[in-house]
Design a protein. Structure first.
Length: 319
């Protein structure tokens, strides 16, 4: 086992122990975690900095507010209910619209008003929160994903995860919903993760349940070779979030709305390591390279140019 760990490290693969000790703990002050663990605080912080986010329709903080929330749910494009302190997509309900007095989800299931009330009560009780503590339910705009993802997404909204270290984007992937993941983009639920060439914003091959795949299992469409629109804007938003949050090592999740463009979805102080499998590359070599050159990168533009020049496919794994 120790030999395997040494081999993976020699290949530039970042393990969970090294991530925790050398990057999360070393570069992310604990006092700043609430800024990213609380989606409501993240949204407020981003808006203040001029970073676009999905519109917030309302916040349910107490049980007495639950029955009154239905007045703000009559949205023709639907809405999303999510725990402010949730993770991994748990507790998120995506409603596509109303049909005969019931709320229809993106996968075709239905909630009656009392059933939706019950779900929100569960959110408030802390059923889905990180520490099991009482929570808030956020009600926000349902993203209408960009048509570039039409053939490689099942029902839900794809999102783009960018890992940023010391303000430099080091690796990215797009997470694609599947039937198995019930329309959610989370990898642990069965969503696909497709690596992205940082230089061009073009997708590479993908991974599902830790296995390499070339086609989307539900649509049969080829995953690689998809060029993501507004790639420079997405990288700029991701890099800006490092300055915004004060965290040195973080995951930035961005969605691409067909009407509103890139929107910041959330930040993660402990980004998962599956992005390395999706890209077929290890993070460690890239992180070391950033540590070596970061003092000379004095502006966000320089940090992004460094990433695109060093971490694209043509540049190789480490440039």
């Amino acid at each position: 086992m120790f030999t395997l760990a040494a081999q993976l490290r020699a290949m530039g693969v970042l393990g969970i122990n090294a991530r925790n000790a050398d990057y999360t703990l070393a570069h992310n002050p604990r006092r700043l975690y609430p800024l990213v663990d609380d989606k409501f605080q993240t949204k407020q912080m981003a808006l203040k900095a001029g970073i676009p986010v999905p519109e917030l329709y309302g916040v349910v903080e107490r049980e007495v507010q639950v029955r009154g929330m239905h007045g703000i749910l009559e949205k023709p494009e639907g809405f999303v209910i999510k725990p402010a302190h949730g993770s991994g997509g748990d507790g998120v309900v995506v409603i596509a619209g109303l049909h005969r007095g019931r709320y229809r989800t993106i996968t075709g299931n239905f909630y009656t008003p009392p059933e939706l009330d019950h779900h929100v009560y569960n959110v408030l009780s802390g059923l889905y929160s990180l520490a099991g503590q009482p929570d808030q339910a956020l009600i926000e705009y349902r993203v209408q994903f960009d048509p570039v993802f039409d053939e490689v997404s099942y029902k839900g909204v794809p999102d783009i995860r960018v890992v940023v270290f010391l303000g430099v984007p080091v690796m990215a992937m797009v997470r694609l919903p599947t039937r198995m993941s019930e329309g959610k983009a989370n990898l642990h639920l069965g969503g696909l993760g497709a690596g992205i060439d940082l230089t061009t914003g073009t997708t590479l091959s993908a991974v599902c349940r830790n296995e390499r795949v070339e086609e989307h299992p539900d649509t049969g469409a080829c995953i690689s070779g998809l060029t993501i629109p507004q790639w420079e804007t997405i990288l700029d938003m991701a890099a800006a979030c490092c300055d915004l949050s004060g965290l040195g090592y973080l995951g930035v999740d961005i969605v691409l709305d067909k009407f509103r463009g890139p929107l910041l979805l959330e930040l993660n102080a402990r980004p998962g390591l599956g992005i390395q499998i999706a890209n077929g590359q290890g993070l460690l070599t890239r992180l070391h390279l950033v540590e070596q050159h970061r003092p000379a990168l004095t502006s966000r533009e320089e940090r992004i140019a460094f990433a695109r020049g060093r971490f694209g496919v043509k540049a190789g794994a480490a440039g």
